[in-house]
Design a protein around this ligand. Sequence first.
Ligand code: HEM
Ligand code: HEM
Length: 230
Amino acid sequence: MTNMSNQAASTTGGQAPVIWDLPTRLFHWILVALFISSFLTAQAGGNWMEWHFRSGYAILTLIAFRIVWGFAGGRYARFRSFLFGPGRILAYLRGAPDAPAGPGHNPVGALSVFAMLLFIGAQAVLGLFANDDIASEGPLAASVSKRTSDYLTGLHIANEPILIGLIGLHIVAIVWYRIFRRRNLVVPMITGRDSQAPPDAISSRDDARLRLAALAIVVIIAIGVWLLVR
Ligand code: HEM
Ligand code: HEM
């Protein structure tokens, strides 16, 4: 593939640089919708568990896609671009008030992104082995002993407050940036472009070929998930 380094043209025609490619934005907003539906269907129980499972399979597909996209996606979607060592994280925390408002995830935001991907992904995988002692069990529950399935169900339930905490923190951080740093992070996650990025910030790729590659990756992963759970 050409230009996989995503060093593509800087700001295009005076427009703000692209920070989040379309696949990353779709990933985010579909994940939000599915995450909410996973919680609602779990609370509703009964026949809604069928939809809880489907929503979980879709989340599993999304998280697997995001992991691949962390290596193959646009410049700022790549893990490499927001993989910071403890030194950088501490420096950012110490210098936070006047740290440059660079585009992409900052060193602390990056930590929360990795944590969310990890714990949401784990939740979906645990669900595959879970049972509710009544009528519903994940498609892989029968492949382990009842004791193991019960244990993994316990983890699936114990993970619930962790997820709520991580996402609560995520939303508080976004509001905090808006109020105290006067940074609007939400618009870039909708339009892709960050008008508050430094003027010399490099644009991410977000062309038709990159988007098609994302679609192909999602289709392949979705088929894999379907084969796993059918
Ligand atoms: C990231 C995706 C998922 C989220 C956020 C999620 C969340 C939840 C929540 C909040 C509960 C209620 C726990 C409680 O009773 O307090 C639950 C229960 C349950 N989930 Fe999930 N879940 C996900 C994926 C899955 C998947 C993929 C499956 C199976 C294919 C699954 C199977 C179950 C089962 C069987 C229960 C009932 C456990 C019980 O009542 O003892 N979940 N889930
Ligand atoms: C269930 C709720 C949510 C989940 C699971 C979630 C998850 C995530 C994840 C995984 C990322 C990292 C994106 C990536 O690099 O792939 C992210 C980033 C982001 N999310 Fe959310 N999110 C949720 C709710 C929201 C809401 C309600 C908003 C807006 C009001 C929001 C705004 C953002 C923004 C602006 C970013 C980019 C942050 C940055 O610039 O570094 N999220 N979110």
